[in-house]
Design a protein around this ligand. Structure first.
Ligand SMILES: [Zn+2]
Length: 381
């Protein structure tokens, strides 16, 4: 007799939930889902802490599983001639040049942003030459790769741009929108594929690095242009991850999915959001709207997260002398040392590790952590 080896139902459900969590994280980080993930299972202590420990362990194990040959470098495009992201052809020669797709023989084309806008008669073109300039934008999809000869098109298999949104001229320092040089900003949807596995979509940023954007958002005023840009970038990551999931689900079910149409909608929305973001009037209006609304929920969430954060969730931003509170689900809040909420943002996967690894954020010393907690306003009765 073969004994009944069916596992307990609760265990199957837990494993299913864990697998879904890992899968979502892997897609968002552009890492192919590995067949196995070595994890340590914490069994003692409060459940929220153990869940947080598992969450961290999953993120770290996934990052460790990232295939060495996975091709990724923010701010660059793949060069099919050199089959590289490191050659001179892969990077824009200046922050005002934009990716104009591939030439038939595989060379990445870098074009002057203003010239492209003039050639394409981009709506609002005159605004580029105003002072301060107005931000305009356009989107590209199939045209990026349409001219390639088949042999070079095949070389793009591991890193293929599906579409992009280009806006400019945007402030090189989004935290100082009125006083800085101007760049062209590109958000690019890229399909990454390992041989034998389905493609994963990922968002690439050219012209301004996501580090510059998050720094400006952290340092800038709440509801400023920099924070808006950071939120739009996070939104773009979410939209790309969702497109990824929808394509994956449709493929698994053998259903048709019009990825090109979904991508076109996504790019159109991003272009509109980005252009609107840099219209000075939008920000004034939004600010007034926010003040008009009675509830200040973001601040309440931030305060709640700050009150509940253990010492291991409190960091000192060494450059700005501000306290960073790490909340649940990638939330992060910036406070002054005296407990005043400055702004909130959402951390991309791996962002915390990167910031603490570079010593930009250091764990807050226990006495400073206690002083910070004491300085926080008391919860409303
Ligand atoms: Zn090259």
């Amino acid at each position: 007799m073969v004994p009944d080896r069916r596992p307990p139902a609760g265990l199957a459900a837990a494993l299913e939930a864990l697998t879904a969590h890992v899968d979502g994280l892997a897609r968002a980080a552009g890492i192919p889902l590995p067949a196995h993930l070595p994890l340590t299972l914490p069994l003692l202590g409060p459940l929220p802490e153990r869940a947080a420990a598992v969450e961290r362990a999953v993120a770290a194990a996934l990052e460790a599983s990232r295939p060495a040959q996975a091709i990724w470098r923010e701010g660059r495009v793949f060069c099919p001639r050199c089959e590289s992201l490191d050659c001179a052809h892969a990077a824009p020669p200046s922050p005002t040049t934009v990716f104009g797709g591939y030439a038939p023989t595989g060379w990445p084309q870098w074009l002057d942003f203003t010239q492209v806008c003039v050639d394409r008669r981009v709506p609002g073109l005159d605004g580029i030459f105003a002072d301060p300039p107005q931000v305009v934008g356009y989107a590209d999809a199939d045209a990026l790769t349409a001219a390639l000869l088949p042999e070079y098109a095949a070389a793009l298999a591991p890193w293929r741009p599906l579409g992009q949104v280009v806006v400019g001229p945007v402030p090189a320092d989004p935290g100082r929108p009125r006083h800085s040089e101007r760049h062209a900003l590109t958000l690019q949807v890229v399909a990454l594929a390992q041989p034998g596995s389905p493609a994963t979509l990922r968002l690439n940023t050219l012209g301004l690095s996501s580090e510059v954007i998050i720094d400006a958002a952290t340092d800038g005023p709440p509801r400023g242009v920099a924070e808006g840009l950071w939120r739009t970038l996070q939104q773009a990551h979410r939209l790309v991850a969702r497109l990824n999931r929808r394509a994956g689900t449709a493929a698994a079910r053998g259903e048709a999915f019009d990825r090109a149409a979904a991508l076109s909608t996504l790019l159109g929305r991003l272009r509109a959001d980005l252009v609107r973001l840099f219209e000075p009037r939008t920000w004034r209006t939004r600010h007034a709207d926010d003040r008009h609304q009675a509830g200040v929920r973001p601040t309440e969430t931030a305060l709640g997260d700050a009150r509940e954060a253990g010492d291991d969730r409190l960091y000192l931003d060494t450059r700005r002398e501000t306290v960073i509170v790490i909340g649940p689900r990638g939330r992060a809040h910036v406070f002054t040392l005296r407990g005043r909420h400055v702004t909130s943002l959402r951390l991309a996967p791996g962002e915390l590790t990167r910031r603490t690894g570079r010593d930009r954020w250091k764990p807050l010393a226990p006495d400073a952590a206690q002083a910070f907690r004491d300085a926080l306003p008391l919860p409303a009765p």
